[in-house]
Design a protein around this ligand. Structure first.
Ligand SMILES: Cc1cc2nc3c(=O)[nH]c(=O)nc-3n(C[C@H](O)[C@H](O)[C@H](O)COP(=O)(O)O)c2cc1C
Length: 123
Protein backbone atom coordinates (compact mmCIF):
# COMPACT_ATOMS: atom_id res chain seq x y z
CA UNK A 1 0.00 0.00 0.00
CA UNK A 2 3.01 2.28 0.39
CA UNK A 3 3.31 2.12 -3.38
CA UNK A 4 -0.30 3.31 -3.75
CA UNK A 5 0.35 6.23 -1.47
CA UNK A 6 3.39 7.31 -3.43
CA UNK A 7 1.84 6.83 -6.88
CA UNK A 8 -1.67 7.94 -5.84
CA UNK A 9 -3.24 5.01 -7.69
CA UNK A 10 -3.91 1.29 -7.67
CA UNK A 11 -5.89 -1.42 -9.42
CA UNK A 12 -8.30 -3.62 -7.45
CA UNK A 13 -8.51 -7.02 -9.17
CA UNK A 14 -11.45 -9.29 -8.36
CA UNK A 15 -10.53 -12.99 -8.56
CA UNK A 16 -12.95 -15.90 -8.61
CA UNK A 17 -12.67 -19.35 -6.99
CA UNK A 18 -10.72 -20.59 -10.02
CA UNK A 19 -7.81 -18.55 -8.64
CA UNK A 20 -8.16 -19.50 -4.95
CA UNK A 21 -4.79 -21.25 -4.56
CA UNK A 22 -3.09 -18.51 -6.55
CA UNK A 23 -4.65 -15.84 -4.33
CA UNK A 24 -3.15 -17.48 -1.25
CA UNK A 25 0.24 -17.97 -2.85
CA UNK A 26 0.30 -14.33 -4.00
CA UNK A 27 -0.56 -13.23 -0.48
CA UNK A 28 2.29 -15.27 0.93
CA UNK A 29 4.93 -13.60 -1.19
CA UNK A 30 6.21 -10.09 -1.82
CA UNK A 31 6.54 -8.27 -5.11
CA UNK A 32 9.74 -6.83 -3.66
CA UNK A 33 11.31 -10.29 -3.99
CA UNK A 34 9.64 -11.92 -6.99
CA UNK A 35 7.75 -10.99 -10.15
CA UNK A 36 4.29 -12.21 -9.11
CA UNK A 37 2.94 -12.20 -12.69
CA UNK A 38 5.73 -14.49 -13.91
CA UNK A 39 5.78 -16.70 -10.83
CA UNK A 40 2.01 -17.37 -10.88
CA UNK A 41 1.43 -17.43 -14.64
CA UNK A 42 -0.75 -14.33 -14.69
CA UNK A 43 -1.15 -11.88 -17.56
CA UNK A 44 -0.47 -8.24 -16.96
CA UNK A 45 -2.64 -5.81 -18.87
CA UNK A 46 -2.18 -2.09 -19.19
CA UNK A 47 -4.76 0.19 -17.60
CA UNK A 48 -6.49 3.01 -19.42
CA UNK A 49 -6.36 5.59 -16.67
CA UNK A 50 -3.62 4.48 -14.29
CA UNK A 51 -0.11 3.05 -14.66
CA UNK A 52 -0.64 0.11 -12.28
CA UNK A 53 -1.22 -3.15 -14.19
CA UNK A 54 -4.49 -5.12 -14.39
CA UNK A 55 -4.61 -8.91 -13.93
CA UNK A 56 -6.22 -10.29 -17.06
CA UNK A 57 -7.33 -13.56 -15.39
CA UNK A 58 -9.54 -11.71 -12.89
CA UNK A 59 -13.29 -11.29 -13.40
CA UNK A 60 -13.20 -7.54 -12.80
CA UNK A 61 -10.56 -4.86 -12.49
CA UNK A 62 -11.09 -1.42 -10.98
CA UNK A 63 -8.62 1.30 -11.85
CA UNK A 64 -8.44 3.65 -8.89
CA UNK A 65 -6.97 7.02 -7.97
CA UNK A 66 -6.29 7.98 -4.41
CA UNK A 67 -9.06 10.45 -3.52
CA UNK A 68 -8.17 11.23 0.08
CA UNK A 69 -5.20 10.10 2.19
CA UNK A 70 -6.15 12.00 5.35
CA UNK A 71 -6.90 8.79 7.28
CA UNK A 72 -3.90 6.77 6.10
CA UNK A 73 -1.43 7.68 8.86
CA UNK A 74 -3.90 7.12 11.68
CA UNK A 75 -5.96 4.18 10.37
CA UNK A 76 -4.15 2.88 7.26
CA UNK A 77 -7.47 3.70 5.54
CA UNK A 78 -7.29 4.67 1.87
CA UNK A 79 -10.20 6.32 0.06
CA UNK A 80 -9.91 5.54 -3.64
CA UNK A 81 -12.08 6.71 -6.52
CA UNK A 82 -12.79 4.13 -9.22
CA UNK A 83 -11.92 5.92 -12.46
CA UNK A 84 -12.41 2.96 -14.81
CA UNK A 85 -14.12 -0.40 -14.28
CA UNK A 86 -13.57 -3.51 -16.42
CA UNK A 87 -16.03 -6.37 -15.86
CA UNK A 88 -16.28 -9.63 -17.80
CA UNK A 89 -19.76 -10.00 -19.35
CA UNK A 90 -20.03 -13.57 -18.10
CA UNK A 91 -20.60 -15.29 -15.80
CA UNK A 92 -23.14 -12.77 -14.56
CA UNK A 93 -22.78 -13.98 -10.98
CA UNK A 94 -19.19 -15.17 -10.53
CA UNK A 95 -18.15 -17.28 -7.54
CA UNK A 96 -16.13 -14.82 -5.50
CA UNK A 97 -13.93 -15.32 -2.45
CA UNK A 98 -14.36 -13.58 0.88
CA UNK A 99 -11.54 -14.03 3.37
CA UNK A 100 -12.83 -14.73 6.89
CA UNK A 101 -9.38 -15.05 8.52
CA UNK A 102 -7.40 -18.00 9.86
CA UNK A 103 -6.80 -19.33 6.34
CA UNK A 104 -10.51 -19.74 5.58
CA UNK A 105 -12.63 -18.26 2.77
CA UNK A 106 -16.38 -17.95 2.29
CA UNK A 107 -17.57 -18.43 -1.29
CA UNK A 108 -20.43 -16.37 -2.71
CA UNK A 109 -23.59 -18.48 -2.77
CA UNK A 110 -26.90 -18.89 -4.50
CA UNK A 111 -28.53 -15.94 -6.21
CA UNK A 112 -31.93 -14.71 -4.97
CA UNK A 113 -34.00 -11.95 -6.56
CA UNK A 114 -36.38 -9.47 -4.91
CA UNK A 115 -36.55 -7.32 -8.03
CA UNK A 116 -40.36 -7.25 -7.92
CA UNK A 117 -40.30 -5.58 -4.48
CA UNK A 118 -37.99 -2.76 -5.53
CA UNK A 119 -39.19 0.75 -6.37
CA UNK A 120 -38.23 1.15 -10.07
CA UNK A 121 -36.04 4.18 -9.33
CA UNK A 122 -34.05 2.08 -6.86
CA UNK A 123 -33.02 -0.42 -9.53
C1 LIG B 1 -5.84 -14.45 2.06
C2 LIG B 1 -4.89 -13.34 2.40
C3 LIG B 1 -5.40 -12.15 2.89
C4 LIG B 1 -4.55 -11.09 3.22
N1 LIG B 1 -5.10 -9.94 3.67
C5 LIG B 1 -4.30 -8.91 4.00
C6 LIG B 1 -4.85 -7.68 4.48
O1 LIG B 1 -6.06 -7.53 4.63
N2 LIG B 1 -4.00 -6.66 4.77
C7 LIG B 1 -2.67 -6.79 4.61
O2 LIG B 1 -1.94 -5.84 4.89
N3 LIG B 1 -2.10 -7.93 4.15
C8 LIG B 1 -2.89 -9.00 3.86
N4 LIG B 1 -2.33 -10.17 3.41
C9 LIG B 1 -0.88 -10.25 3.23
C10 LIG B 1 -0.50 -9.58 1.93
O3 LIG B 1 -1.12 -10.24 0.87
C11 LIG B 1 1.01 -9.59 1.76
O4 LIG B 1 1.55 -8.76 2.74
C12 LIG B 1 1.37 -9.08 0.38
O5 LIG B 1 1.15 -10.12 -0.56
C13 LIG B 1 2.79 -8.63 0.30
O6 LIG B 1 3.07 -8.36 -1.07
P1 LIG B 1 3.81 -7.03 -1.53
O7 LIG B 1 5.05 -6.94 -0.70
O8 LIG B 1 4.09 -7.23 -2.98
O9 LIG B 1 2.85 -5.90 -1.28
C14 LIG B 1 -3.16 -11.24 3.07
C15 LIG B 1 -2.65 -12.46 2.58
C16 LIG B 1 -3.51 -13.50 2.25
C17 LIG B 1 -2.94 -14.81 1.75
Amino acid sequence: MLRSRNSGECVINLPTTRLTDTVVRIGNTSGAEIDKFAEFGLTSEQGEKVDAPLIDECHANFECRLHDDALVDKYNFFIFEVVKAHVAPSPKHPETLHYTGDGVFMVSGKIISRRSLFRPDML
